[in-house]
Design a protein around this ligand. Structure first.
Ligand code: NDP
Length: 294
C-alpha cells in the first residue's frame, strides 16, 4: 500500500482563502477588521521567523497585524502591563504571546492575564477547562490543525481508535480532547507507556507529537491507518546542510499507512492557518456574530 499524502500546505492555503473571504464579508457587512496582536520578547531567531510568518498570514487574510517586540530584559510587570493594554484595546481581537519567554517571566502568569475571549492560542486555563468540559472554546492551533487534516481523509472519527503519542499542554492533551469531542476512542501515550509499539498498532488514527526524529516505525502502524505527524526535528542532511524530519519514519510508514502527513508540508502550515481562523472566530464571538462556518 502507498499512503495517500495529506497535503497540509494546500489544505492550509484553501483554509486561508476561505477565511479571507469571510473577513471581506465581515468588513462589508459590519465595518470590522479583525486585529491580531503578537507579542515577541527577546531575539530568539526561530521565534522571529514564526512571528514574521504569522504577520504575513494575518495581512494575507485581510486582518490587521499588531506586532509588539519587547527586549529580552523586559520585566514581568512590564509584559503584564502590555497584556492589560491589549486586553482593553477594542481594535485587538486576538492576543498571542510567543513562547518561550525569558526566565524572569512566569509564562503561566502571562497566559492567565490574557483575556480568555482574545486567547487565540487557546492556552488560557479557562479555555483549557472549557475544551475539557465540551463547551465552546478557543482551542490550540496545532491540535485543531491535526484534527482538520485527519478529517480530510476520515470525515467521521466517531468510534475510531485514536492514539496520541505525547501529553504536552500545547499538543498532546488538547489534540486528545478534540479527538474525544469527535467521538473517537482516545489513548494518550507518553514516555512511561509500556509497549508503545503495541499501543500504536491499535490506532486507526495515530498522532505523533514527541519531538524525536523518525521515532515511529512502519511496524508500529496498523495497515491503512491515518498518521498525523506533528514533529519538527532538525537533523543533519546532505552536503553539511540540515533538514527537517518528523516524528514518524515517513518513507517506510508511507508503505503501511492509508494516509500520512509529510514533514515539512503537513501539520506545520495548518498551525498558522488555524491561528487566523481562531482570530476570526474570536472577533465574531466578541461582537455577538455567529461563528464562521469553516
Ligand atoms: P514536548 O517535549 O512538550 O512533549 C513531548 C511528549 O512526548 C511528552 O509528553 C513526552 O512524554 C513524550 N515522549 C518523549 N519521549 C517519548 C518516548 N520515548 N516515548 C513516548 N513518548 C515520549 O513537545 P511538544 O508537544 O511541544 O512538541 C512535540 C513535537 O511537535 C516537537 O517536535 C515540536 O517541535 C513539534 N511541534 C510542532 C508544531 C507545528 O506547528 N507543527 C507545533 C508544536 C510542536 P512525557 O510527558 O512522559 O515526558
Amino acid at each position: 500500500m502507498t499512503a495517500r499524502i495529506i497535503d497540509g500546505k494546500t489544505i492550509a492555503a484553501e483554509l486561508r482563502t476561505r477565511i479571507a473571504t469571510d473577513v471581506t464579508q465581515l468588513k462589508a457587512a459590519h465595518g470590522m477588521t479583525p486585529g491580531l496582536a503578537v507579542v515577541l520578547v527577546g531575539a530568539n531567531p526561530a521565534s522571529e521567523v514564526y512571528v514574521r510568518n504569522k504577520s504575513k498570514a494575518v495581512t494575507g487574510a485581510g486582518m490587521t497585524p499588531i506586532d509588539r517586540h519587547l527586549p529580552e530584559s523586559v520585566s514581568e510587570a512590564e509584559l503584564l502591563a502590555l497584556i492589560a493594554s491589549l486586553n482593553a484595546d477594542p481594535t485587538v481581537n486576538g492576543i498571542l504571546v510567543q513562547l518561550p519567554l525569558p526566565p524572569q517571566i512566569d509564562g503561566q502568569k502571562v497566559i492567565a492575564a490574557i483575556d480568555p475571549a482574545k486567547d487565540v492560542d487557546g492556552f488560557h486555563p479557562l479555555n483549557v477547562g472549557r475544551l475539557g468540559s465540551g463547551l465552546p472554546a478557543l482551542v490550540p492551533c496545532t491540535p485543531l490543525g491535526c484534527v482538520i487534516l485527519a478529517k480530510t481523509v476520515l470525515p467521521s472519527l466517531a468510534g475510531l481508535e485514536a492514539v496520541v503519542i505525547g501529553r504536552s499542554n500545547i499538543v498532546g492533551k488538547p489534540v486528545a480532547q478534540l479527538l474525544l469531542a469527535e467521538n473517537a476512542t482516545v489513548t494518550v501515550a507518553h514516555s512511561r507507556t509500556r509497549d508503545l509499539a503495541a499501543v500504536c498498532r491499535r490506532a486507526d488514527v495515530l498522532i505523533a507529537a514527541i519531538g524525536k526524529p523518525e521515532f515511529v516505525r512502519a511496524d508500529w502502524i496498523k495497515p491503512g491507518a491515518t498518521v498525523i505527524d506533528v514533529g519538527i526535528n532538525r537533523v543533519p542532511g546532505e552536503a553539511g546542510k540540515s533538514k527537517i524530519v518528523g516524528d514518524v519514519a515517513y518513507a517506510e510508514a508511507s508503505a503501511v499507512a492509508g494516509a500520512i502527513t509529510p514533514v515539512p508540508g503537513g501539520v506545520g502550515p495548518m498551525t498558522i492557518a488555524c491561528l487566523i481562523l481562531n482570530t476570526l472566530r474570536a472577533t465574531c464571538a466578541q461582537n455577538g456574530l455567529p461563528a464562521p462556518a469553516i
